[in-house]
Every structure is written in C-alpha cells, then in structure tokens.
Design a binder for this molecule. Structure first.
Ligand code: CDP
Length: 234
C-alpha cells in the first residue's frame, strides 16, 4: 500500500490559543484531509445560549441549554482558500464565535457533561471515514482514543495571549491584551480542572512546545511527524 492510500485520524489537543487550530488546518490542507475545529462547536452552542438569554456573564442555565441541544444545528461550510466557516442554524457565525463575549463564556458551557456528550457524538461521526484532522481539548483522550497520531501543543500563557491578541487585531475585533491574557488563564484553569474529560495529554500523544517556533517551523514539524507515523503503520 502506498503512503497516500492509508487514511488515519489525527488528534491535536492543547491549551487555548496555542496555535493548534492553524497547524491542524495547514496539515489537513497539505495532505488533503478534512479539518474539524471541535472548539468552534462549543463556541456555537455558547453563542446560541447568549442569544437566547441562557448564558449571561458566565452563568449558564444548564437545564435549558441541555434541553435545546437537539434544536441547535451546527455545520461547517468550506470556503475556498480560507478553510471553513462555522454555521449555526444555517447562519455564518465564524466571526461572532471568536469574539471575547463568546470566549468569556465558552468554558463554562463546555463543562456541562450533557453538552460534551452531545458534541462528542457529532465529532465522532466526522471520523467514520478517517482522513480527518480534529483539534480541541479531549480529541486524543475521549473523542478518538484510537487515533493513529496524537499531538499535544503547549506554549506559555503570555505567548498564547500575544498571538490571540494579534489575531483579534487582524480580524478587527476590539480587545485589550490584559483582557485576552486573563481570558487565556481563566480558560486554562476551567479546562484543566473540570470533572468531565479535562484537558490532559493522552499518554500516547507527542508533545510540542511551540513558544519559540515560527508558523513554518511548526507546520514542518507536524508534517514530518505525519510521515513518520504513516511509515510506522505500513
Ligand atoms: O481556539 P482556542 O484555543 O481559543 O479555543 P477553542 O479551541 O476555540 O475552544 C474554546 C473552548 O471550548 C475551550 O476553552 C474549551 O473550554 C472548550 N473546548 C472543549 O472543552 N473541548 C474541545 N474539544 C474543544 C474546546
């Protein structure tokens, strides 16, 4: 079998704003795989809750959100040259789900076990045909424990906040660096201490600290790992 015939599942987990989404997207596009941003799904549910008054200043009406889950329709729309946009009930919400308003509330929504079970089930369906790169917090541990390739990405909180701040500036989203740093720290805390599938490195994941790496360097690191993983499987 040639290397390109063998399709695998690639799980990329890590702390908020560690650059995992850009590296996951770049890898998927380089190897012709589908990319799925699991965080966008938690963000979309959070936006739905904010719009319906069920999420207010970090307080979540858990029962009402859980009851609404079957009606919340999340999808992805491929956009040429841009990866994909997240759709909420058919509306393109890609920009809105990245706002600080959503970031400030998403981890509180993501701790709810029934929300996690619902989204994990949707995420697992994307893996049915393999040939997928998914990024998130629990992909290598809970969504695809059988993934052939697992990466765990980390960088210092300050490096991650700086990156997120520049990204928001580029997108024209108003924010202050101190607020972004506070949000990164708060989400790290909630994500690592929650009871249901907390953010931890899977024992068989390969660690990457990309604090000192350029985007080109981290993309190369990832694609090299992909080739080594396939070589080991064939
Ligand atoms: O892009 P960034 O690292 O800021 O975060 P994200 O991947 O968009 O995820 C937003 C939030 O959703 C995280 O802080 C987690 O609270 C939650 N999340 C999760 O619990 N499990 C996942 N698989 C993905 C995201």
């Amino acid at each position: 079998m040639s290397e390109t015939d063998k399709k695998i599942i690639i799980a990329i987990d890590g702390y908020s704003s560690s650059g995992k989404s850009s590296m996951a997207r770049a890898l998927a596009s380089a190897i012709g795989y589908r990319y799925v941003d699991s965080g966008a799904m938690y963000r979309a549910v959070t936006l739905w809750g904010l719009r319906h008054g069920l999420v207010i200043d970090g307080k979540v009406d858990e029962d009402a959100i859980v009851a609404a889950l079957p009606e919340i329709n999340i999808d992805f729309l491929p956009i040429a040259g841009e990866g994909q946009h997240t759709l909420l009930d058919g509306e393109d919400v890609e920009r809105e789900i990245r706002s600080l308003r959503v970031s400030d509330n998403v981890s509180q929504v993501a701790v709810i076990p029934a929300v996690r079970h619902h989204l994990v089930e949707l995420q697992q369906r994307f893996g049915d045909e393999k040939g997928i790169v998914m990024d998130g917090r629990d992909i290598g541990t809970t969504v695809f424990p059988q993934a052939e390739m697992k990466v765990f990405v980390d960088a210092s909180a300050e490096t991650r906040a700086r990156r997120r701040f520049l990204e928001l500036q580029e997108k024209g989203v108003e924010s202050a660096y101190e607020d972004v740093l506070a949000n990164v720290r708060q989400r790290d805390h909630i994500d690592t201490t929650r009871a249901e599938s907390p953010l931890v490195k899977a024992s068989d994941a390969v660690s990457l600290d990309n604090s000192e790496m350029t985007i080109a360097e981290q993309n190369k690191w990832l694609i090299d790992l992909y080739h080594r993983t396939l070589d080991a499987l064939i």
